[in-house]
Ligand binder design. Structure first.
Ligand SMILES: Cc1ncc(COP(=O)(O)O)c(C=O)c1O
Length: 397
């Protein structure tokens, strides 16, 4: 069986190296992609299409994703990093500007800002692992041009409050929704609160196109910029040029990128999008089961869920407190030995070597505390009751 265990490379435990990719006896992988027969058929059919990129499947995927999120425009791109990069560029973010992001995120949230010449400014997080409102406010300067929160693990951040702060300070708001396909507050999907929302369809995400991403927006100007910039800055797309009978007929107004999403990936996205509500329901069910089984274990804190906030459990992240009989790293090792894949998402950005001497460590009390406590447990739609029980039973002291 083709099992994938995704954990942070190799980890050293008391001088003994653990190679997490070499555990062939794995009983519960950290994640397992959900590829159905329909998905396989969709990809097979797409391989026979005359236009392998920039064709009707991409258009349909975009239109269905726009319907799913309630956004006016959805534009497919090569991944969430390019989605973030183009969103920032579309809003004129450039050298000399600052963009506020959370400490607890994947590096792409920050690097997409660096691509524009602007500076990411890292804010501390709250106990629920989402960006801290207080820290956002502390970090606003004359140079701040945008706030870029992440809906961490699939749980909506305090987006209405962030929107108010953005409005008050005349800042743009871009949402990193890489973890949050299907996360809503009431009927409003994440990514529609600010100027643009950026999604990832990487294999670990709630649905996948293998590599792939999407930008959603209600702004015609942003959509227009992104459509051109994702395709080398050409004024006309491949299908548009060929159907006009003049394939060479295009102009370039400003340089762009090759950030396209092809037909094969779009076919997989379309097929998976049909199942996303069910996929998310299964994840929530697994999370509820974990909650039930783990709630009385001394020293384990369960994910913080605020009643009015939606959570689609891209990650199920627990905290290992002092009262637990093992440290987080010891627990990781114990679970590894029991053939259970786990992960730490993420090590705080302000502590990465690239950021050495850029930040005052004292400005990150929450991230600094949590970084040695968090552990993400396996969660994927086809996880069995037996697997959930097995993980939970190995967490009991
Ligand atoms: C929060 C966050 N933002 C951005 C990205 C980048 O996504 P992609 O790999 O699709 O570029 C990721 C990927 O893991 C992510 O977790």
């Amino acid at each position: 069986m083709n099992l994938i265990v995704l954990i942070i490379g190799d980890i050293t435990m008391k001088n003994k190296k653990i190679d997490v990719f070499k555990n062939s006896k794995i009983k519960v992988p950290f994640f397992y992609p959900s590829i159905s027969k329909d998905d396989q058929l969709a990809v097979k059919n797409a391989l026979n299409s005359p236009l392998l990129t920039d064709g009707p499947l991409l258009k349909k995927f975009e239109s269905n994703f726009a319907k799913f999120t309630g956004a006016k425009y959805a534009i497919g791109v090569s991944n969430a990093t390019s989605a973030l990069h183009l969103s920032l560029k579309s809003l004129g973010i450039s050298s000399g500007d600052e963009v506020i992001i959370p400490d607890m995120t994947f590096v792409a949230t920050a690097s997409s800002i660096l691509f524009t010449g602007a500076t990411p400014v890292v804010a501390d997080i709250d106990n629920d692992l989402n960006i801290s409102i207080e820290s956002i406010e502390k970090n606003i300067t004359k140079k701040t041009k945008a706030i870029l929160p992440v809906h961490f693990a699939g749980k909506i951040c305090n987006i209405n409050k962030i929107k108010k702060i953005a409005k008050k300070n005349n800042l743009k708001l871009i949402e990193d929704c890489a973890h949050a396909i299907g996360t809503r507050e009431g009927k409003k999907h994440v990514g529609t609160f600010g100027n643009a929302g950026c999604f990832s369809f990487y294999p670990t995400k709630n649905f996948t196109t293998i590599e792939g991403g999407m930008i959603i927006t209600n702004s015609k100007d942003i959509a227009k910029y992104v459509l051109t910039a994702r395709n080398h800055g050409l004024t006309r797309s491949l299908s548009n040029r060929f159907s006009s009978g003049k394939p060479w007929d295009y102009d370039v107004i400003e340089p762009g990128y090759n950030y396209r999403l092809d037909e094969i990936r779009s076919s997989l996205g379309l097929s998976q999008l049909n199942r996303i509500n069910n996929i998310n329901k299964l994840r929530i069910k697994i999370a509820n089961k974990y909650n039930k089984l783990l709630k009385n274990i001394k020293g384990i804190s369960l994910p913080v869920i605020k009643s009015n906030r939606n959570h689609i459990f891209h990650l199920y992240s627990i905290k290992i407190e002092k009262e637990y009989n093992l440290t987080r790293d010891e627990l990781f090792k114990k679970l590894y030995d029991k053939n259970i894949g786990t992960s730490v998402q993420y090590y705080p950005l302000h502590l990465m070597s690239y950021n050495k001497n850029k930040y005052n460590n004292l400005d990150f009390p929450v991230a600094n505390k949590i970084k040695n406590q968090i552990l993400c447990l396996p969660i994927f739609p086809t996880m069995t009751q037996k697997q959930i029980q097995y993980v939970a039973s190995n967490l009991v002291n």
